[in-house]
Design a protein around this ligand. Structure first.
Ligand code: SAM
Length: 267
């Protein structure tokens, strides 16, 4: 049975899965290729890769052992697993071994982005590619939903106070403490010989049940309400989202940013 605050219910939701399906499709993975799913969580992107390209060689990498432990059994037997952060990537594999590196919904959580991108560039073979996606960037919140986000933020504060959490620093964007700067990411990748192949955005409607699962997960809460015990934060966010939904809000829109870069032949 999954613990309260688990990530897997959100990760397996069709709305969330579609985000990673798009990333995997765009990454154009072929049989026998080596794919590193960095910040894999419970293996959402890895699962899509092995379904679509059964002969791909997939490594699922995440610093949080609990996440890897929630990976569905069949997938866990099919992919290699490593407990490590994106920053450590360059130390895990020899140079130029990977055909694809996927960073699905984790780039906003990486503390040392320059170190992580150095690692990505080191492990990618010439002609290989890195694909990333996140909703935690400066354009993640569609302007039309600002009022809903503000109400949600207010309710999250109230729920924390109700739980006796005295002084709370809630991030401006309660959906994530950190928001990546797209220009920084592009520049970092460029300095390592990674050339932008394709960049796009997509609006995703988070339905009420997906919102409940997403916001009630400890991982989401740890990002959204830093410095607060993740289980308490997850419970407060889940209740805040429930209150919002009971007011008749049936979905919230988010934008997702996708970036696909190729490693130059001489890179
Ligand atoms: C929102 S989850 C996304 C998981 C999965 N990629 C998905 O799309 O479902 C973010 C993941 O990033 C991981 N993470 C946090 N810091 C990281 C880091 N420095 N390097 C790599 N992954 C990290 C977390 O442990 C978590 O599993």
């Amino acid at each position: 049975m999954l613990a309260t605050g688990a990530w897997e219910p959100a990760a397996t939701h069709s709305g969330y899965r579609s985000v990673n399906e798009e990333l995997v499709s765009a990454s154009d993975i072929r049989p026998e290729q080596v794919v590193l799913d960095v910040g894999c969580g419970t293996g959402s992107a890895s699962g899509i890769v092995v379904e679509r390209v059964p002969r791909a060689l997939v490594w699922a990498i995440d610093p949080d052992r609990e996440m890897l432990e929630q990976m569905p059994g069949a997938l866990a037997q099919r992919v290699g697993q490593i407990v490590a952060s994106a920053e450590e990537l360059g130390t895990l594999f020899p140079p130029a071994v990977a055909d694809r590196v996927l960073l699905a919904n984790c780039i906003h959580l990486i503390e040392d982005l320059p170190a992580a991108m150095r690692g990505v560039a080191k492990v990618l073979r010439p002609g290989g590619a890195v694909g990333l996606c996140t909703t935690f960037y400066e354009g993640g919140r569609p302007a039309g939903d600002e009022a809903i986000y503000r109400r949600f933020l207010f309710k999250a504060y109230a729920e924390l106070r109700r739980r006796g959490v005295p002084r709370v620093r809630v991030a401006r964007d309660v959906h994530s403490a950190r928001v990546v700067d797209r220009a920084d990411v592009r520049e970092l990748l460029g300095t390592h010989g990674l050339v932008i192949q394709r960049e796009w955005e997509r609006e995703v409607l988070l339905s009420s049940d997906l919102l409940r699962d997403l916001l009630g997960s400890k991982h989401y809460a740890a990002g959204a309400l830093p410095g607060i015990d993740p289980a308490t934060a997850a419970a407060a966010l889940a209740d805040a989202s429930q209150a919002l939904l009971s007011e008749g809000v049936e979905s919230i829109a988010r934008n997702w940013w996708y970036l696909l870069c190729n490693m130059e032949a001489g890179g």
